[in-house]
Design a protein around this ligand. Structure first.
Ligand code: 13P
Ligand code: SF4
Length: 320
């Protein structure tokens, strides 16, 4: 017996000038391309807006486009959909996840939350819509400290899912918080020892780091901030050489803004390329083109969860 072979699903031919084809589709669809700094540089270069998680959600909240093409990871595109239920939201690779979102399953988080019934739940935006729906307030790495400072000191706080960002916020605010034990697989992988060695071989270099890093790594940093904040500091500070302790995709913008400066990507623990986010890097220019051509993969979610998840996001946008 032979199985009947189905003809392969026809994929549109890939045009030679992908960039021009993407711009043309963008006009046809009335689309906006939002991209995170951890995307490949060719994707960054075709984006209408590049930003950190806060900036990207503010853009998504205010866009007049009919279609949002999100060159980032799933929770980012999902946030755009929560804010824009009637728009088509496309993600070039539907498998672009996040270890923080994946490491906080809704059923386990519901149990964890029930152990702390008096706590105000602040969730980092790097989580699923289900977790957002169980939260009182969403934060990003650029506003977490400022938002926690706005909560009454008598109010106990549960912070999820990034324990390292949570610990950084605790250090900055002097607040105690209950932490969900999640982490970013990329930022957790930077080696404090190798950063210290790099500092010794580059005594004139400054160190900038993202608060998703472990506290031991952050102790070496002259400046800690979200991707947008790191970019601004890299441009405005007097350092001519900077060791960059975050996903190295951001160095493309740093180098564009300050071509005379020297940026050194911080090394990971092993000899792997694991300081690059394997989720962010699933997106390619070709997949960006195909998702616009096919209007797929589309990000959708149940309306009941969307409505519940919208509340803490709107609260964050109002407080930011
Ligand atoms: P920000 O761009 O908000 O700093 O977040 C970094 C990150 O890891 C996104 O997944
Ligand atoms: Fe998630 Fe970390 Fe990748 Fe950001 S860099 S998407 S936090 S795994």
């Amino acid at each position: 017996m032979f199985a009947t072979l189905r003809p392969p699903i026809a994929q549109p031919a890939i045009p030679i000038d992908l960039v021009e084809a993407i711009h043309s589709l963008k006009r046809d669809l009335n689309a906006v391309i939002l991209a995170h700094y951890y995307q490949d540089s060719d994707i960054q270069d075709v984006a209408d807006y590049l930003g950190d998680s806060l900036g990207l959600s503010q853009q998504a909240a205010n866009t007049k486009a009919d279609v949002i093409v999100f060159a980032g990871v799933h929770f980012m595109a999902e946030t755009a959909k929560i804010l824009n239920p009637t728009k088509l939201v496309l993600l070039p690779d539907v498998n672009a996840g996040c270890s923080l979102a994946d490491g906080c399953p809704p059923d386990e988080f519901a149990r964890f939350k029930s152990l702390h019934p008096e706590h105000f739940v602040i969730s980092y935006i790097n989580c699923t819509a289900e977790i957002k729906a169980m939260s009182d307030l969403i934060c990003t790495s650029s506003n977490a400290v400022r938002l926690v400072e706005q909560i009454s000191p008598h109010q106990p706080i549960l912070f999820a899912p990034d324990q390292h960002l949570g610990r950084y916020v605790m250090n900055e605010t002097g607040r105690n918080m209950v932490l969900w034990p999640g982490s970013c697989m990329v930022h957790e992988n930077f080696s404090e020892k190798k950063i210290a060695q790099l500092q010794m071989s580059h005594p004139d270099a400054g160190v900038i780091a993202h608060p998703e890093c472990e506290i031991g790594v952050l102790r070496h940093a002259h400046y800690v901030g979200s991707t947008t904040a790191l970019l601004k500091y890299a441009q405005e500070s007097d350092w001519n050489t900077l060791i960059v302790v975050t996903e190295p995709g951001i160095i493309h913008q740093m180098q564009k803004q300050s071509p005379q400066k020297h940026f050194i990507p911080a090394p990971p623990m092993g000899n792997c390329a694991c300081n690059e986010c394997p989720h962010m890097r699933l997106n390619t220019l070709e997949k960006l083109y195909l998702c616009m051509k096919n209007k797929s993969p589309e990000v959708t979610l149940p309306e009941s969860i969307r409505r519940e998840a919208l509340r803490p996001i709107q609260r964050m946008l109002a407080m930011s």
